[in-house]
Unconditional design. Structure first.
Length: 626
């Protein structure tokens, strides 16, 4: 009974408003506040000096240690100061601007696309809100000053240990020799992350000053299926302006023809002969556009317009396969990171475009947003290009399954779905990466979250990325399909190439036999230092990375033909930065590409495989044995 009541509470709390992507049009405007912001860093792991001393009331540029920091960008790699790169704790940003008298015609909102990890937002000296989690957008309505400067002040903390999904373990160290020499300074600690990527922090994506009509469209939910069934739900902030309605037009972007016209804030209809959105290799990624004209019924005037691209497509799951538009979809994909030199995980359209171009160059048709939702711009590009996406909530290496953490986890799931549910490229939700899913407390924890996810979006399957074993996992049976990370020939049996093929065949067979669900090999591979050449191959050489891939691919071909594998995702698209470790030489080098996106030898092996791998029917020859 208690678990049922808790689940109902989660659904009620997190069935909230979505945050639409910013648009400029006839009725909507925005100022993009990207640029150089004033930046001040507190002492490492401080108790909150700035909060205690009310830094939000002062001009940070007057501080002796003030500098500037580009937004969007992680702050870690911008300076030559090791204390900035490895900072743990609070940093402060500040931006000042004048408002135009024309802005009085609008309601104004501050929109933050991603601040990692915890943010307190002050505007003109007042706390207007906070957000925890990073990677997902949030916004607050503000009242502008028109006779003086407006000031945004943001306090950002990149790690919190209370009631959050923790980024790692703190370990305070003390050691004093008999002579009185203290090895560690007072308050010294180590932070061991529970994830294998660098904890880039700061204002990572764009900041907007939104200028919206007094009554405006604040949420849009679209469901469009392969059979032409189409529904929409529009949520409006009426601002007490009376009776509102909407004129609706749906247009095919391919034919430029209107395929539907209607009226109302919601509808469920069937549209005949629609052009489907298909992933790469399965047809064209045809998109449609829904145009909403918000109408004041008393005056018959248009008061707001919003346009959203979407696609008609259906996702289904059988015991063996994932179907998109009733066709077996075999994932030829990548794990990846939003990571690049200098700006870290900060959004950069150049890097995003290069990454997606390289996915296409190698013949890929999907990727997973490991291990957090990527930028909204990337989702729109995946829609346009026909790249299928598994979008993953930022919950990596989960080891603690408490109610407070579950509540935050549910909030992140809700925000992720509200942001991305209209994207046809997003075909599944992933709720965690490599949690301790063999834990006795994991099952109840994830059971609630899986139910919540299905309640928020019944159109997509739910998965998780597991690194446990089929014999001990307590979560996999609740998933719609299963993703498995494993590194035979690297973390297991390093150097023994002859064991790789049958290791993958044996394990995937057992996952399949026990759970009777589609299985995706969501990570596999080996590190390779670019330019390190050894023949015969040896670990960390480019030749060894190639050898590992070739033997894994031999297993995947066998498993695919026998109906035991629904997709494969190499780890990783490109090298990326991690915390310092003796097993990491300036980052993780499992990429097919270097960190500057130059191909390694393995990229050509994968390119050949993906280009020649036909869209086969899974399970066409189940009689074969390993």
């Amino acid at each position: 009974m208690f678990r049922c009541l808790f689940l109902i509470l989660l659904i009620l709390v997190f069935e909230n408003d979505g945050i639409l992507f910013p648009q400029r049009n006839e009725y909507r405007h925005y100022d993009q506040l990207d640029g150089l912001w004033t930046f001040v860093r507190e002492p490492k792991n401080s108790y909150g000096v700035g909060l205690e001393n009310k830094w939000h009331l002062v001009d940070l540029e007057d501080f002796k240690n003030a500098t500037v920091m580009p937004v969007p960008s992680a702050y870690n790699d911008i300076t030559q100061d090791i204390n900035v790169r490895d900072h743990v704790g609070w940093v402060w940003y500040q931006y000042k601007f004048y408002a135009s008298k024309q802005d009085t015609e609008y309601r104004t909102f501050l929109r933050f696309s991603s601040v990692n990890y915890y943010a307190l937002i002050f505007f003109n000296g007042y706390l207007i809100g906070n957000h925890v989690g990073g990677h997902l957008p949030f916004q607050f309505e503000v009242s502008l000053n028109f006779n003086s400067l407006n000031k945004i002040t943001i306090a950002v903390n990149n790690t919190l240990s209370h009631d959050t999904i923790p980024p790692g373990e703190f370990k305070y160290l003390h050691q004093t020799y008999p002579s009185g020499i203290q090895v560690y300074p007072p308050g010294f600690f180590e932070l061991t992350p529970d994830f294998d990527f660098f904890n880039y922090a700061g204002i990572l994506r764009s900041v907007y000053l939104l200028k919206l009509p007094k009554s405006y469209i604040k949420e849009l939910k679209i469901a469009a299926y392969g059979n032409g069934n189409f529904s929409y739900r529009i949520n409006v902030d009426t601002n007490n302006s009376g009776d509102l309605n909407a004129d609706i037009v749906v247009t095919s972007l391919k034919s430029r023809q209107r395929v539907y016209e209607g009226k109302g804030l919601q509808a469920d209809v069937n549209i005949q002969h629609v052009e489907l959105w298909n992933p790469r290799g399965y047809g064209e990624p045809n998109l449609h556009e829904l145009e909403i004209h918000l109408i004041n019924n008393q005056t018959n005037q248009i008061i707001d317009i919003y346009r959203e691209k979407f696609g008609f497509r259906t996702v289904q799951v059988t015991n063996d396969t994932i179907l998109i538009n009733e066709k077996t979809f075999y994932c030829k994909g990548f794990g990846m990171h939003e990571d690049f030199e200098l700006h870290g995980r900060g959004y950069n359209p150049v890097v995003m475009t290069k990454d997606l171009n390289m996915v296409e160059w190698m013949g890929g048709n999907c990727y997973r947003t490991s291990h957090y939702p990527y930028s909204e711009e990337r989702a729109y590009e995946a829609d346009r290009r026909g790249i299928a996406v598994i979008t993953e909530v930022p919950a990596v290496g989960m080891r603690y399954f408490t109610k407070p953490i579950q509540k935050l986890h549910a909030q992140m799931i809700s925000e992720m779905i509200l942001r991305d549910r209209n994207h046809p490229s997003v075909f599944a939700w992933s709720l965690s990466n490599e949690p301790a899913s063999d834990s006795s407390t994991a099952r109840n924890y994830y059971s609630d979250l899986i139910t919540l996810t299905h309640s928020l979006d019944s159109t997509r399957p739910v998965t998780m990325v597991l690194d446990t074993y089929y014999s001990t996992d307590k979560v996999a049976d609740m998933l719609d399909f299963i993703c498995v990370n494993r590194y035979y020939g690297w973390y297991a049996n390093t150097g023994y190439l002859e064991t790789i093929t049958k290791s993958y065949i044996g394990e995937i067979y057992e996952w399949k036999r026990k759970f009777q669900k589609p299985i995706i090999q969501s990570e596999y591979g080996a590190d390779a230092i670019a330019g390190l050449s050894q023949d015969p191959s040896i670990d960390f050489s480019e030749q060894y990375q190639v050898d590992v891939l070739i033997r894994a691919h031999k297993a995947f071909d066998f498993l695919r033909a026998n109906g035991s594998l629904a997709g494969e995702m190499v780890w990783n698209l490109a090298d990326f930065m991690t915390a310092q470790s003796t097993s990491r030489a300036v980052g993780n080098h499992k990429g097919m590409l270097t960190r500057t996106r130059q191909p390694k030898m393995a990229a050509y092996v994968l390119k050949k495989r993906y280009e020649t791998l036909e869209n086969v029917v899974i399970g066409k020859d189940k009689k074969n044995k390993p």
